[in-house]
Design a protein. Sequence first.
Length: 136
Amino acid sequence: MSADRKLVHVERIPIRWGDMDAMGHVNNTVYFRYMEQARISWFNSLGVMAGPEGQGPVIVNASCTFKRPFTYPGTVEVRTYAGKPGGSSIPTFIQMALEGAPAEVYAEGAAVVVWMDFPQNKPIRVPDSIRALLPR
């Protein structure tokens, strides 16, 4: 990862038998679930619990590049990196590897998170408490 990205969270997710598809590997949609779980765990660790009456992060886009297939059994290590925040947005980047072999990347993803005021349904500035944890 480049210098303008900071490792902010590592999540370990066991591969479930049901994550696999007819081809015998983890289905491509499940990679997005792994990224989602890592992102939610990261925000939870920061005390961010988004709810319809408050404010919090939403995803405005997400992507994934599949490099190698995961298969059962195993544990996916999901590393979440954050980039420099914009006014209301935070770019995030994901690397997924098999636990025990972190140098071999199986997939890379990205998502832009926008901080929202949910009752107003409008983007707002990323809170300073979150900004302080991100690259500058």
